[in-house]
Unconditional design. Structure first.
Length: 122
């Protein structure tokens, strides 16, 4: 294998599932945040992770660096549905999201897209 391709192979083939599983392990926390049970899930999503519940409420979660993709997906998932509560959870905040000013930008964008609650976990 070409030495330049080794890094890409390791990252995209071997470690890809690990990152997804680590985010998926957070689902117990997600259910506590939205006060729902796993039996309430109507649809589940990946890229980014999320659930639609029987009452049409939505939740999506992921890394704070991926906030644009998360908000875009939650907007797309809510479109055409009578969405109830819409919750977004950001994990592993990058250093730039520790301050309030970058967070407020994300929260304002989320509000304009119909998100009712935003949670940050560092």
């Amino acid at each position: 294998m070409d030495p330049r391709s080794v890094r890409v192979y390791i990252k995209d083939s071997l470690l890809k599932g690990y990152g997804r599983e680590k985010l998926n392990e957070l689902k117990d926390q997600i259910f506590r945040i939205v006060s729902k049970k796993e039996s309430d899930v109507c649809d589940s999503f990946i890229k980014p992770h999320g659930y639609r519940f029987n009452d049409q409420s939505l939740v999506a979660w992921g890394r704070a660096d991926d906030w644009k993709a998360i908000l875009g997906s939650i907007f797309e998932r809510a479109d055409g549905h009578e969405a109830g509560e819409v919750v977004v959870v950001f994990f592993r905040s990058a250093p730039r999201f520790i301050r309030d000013s970058p967070r407020s930008l994300v929260e304002r964008a989320a509000c304009r897209l119909g998100v009712t609650k935003v949670f940050w976990f560092d």
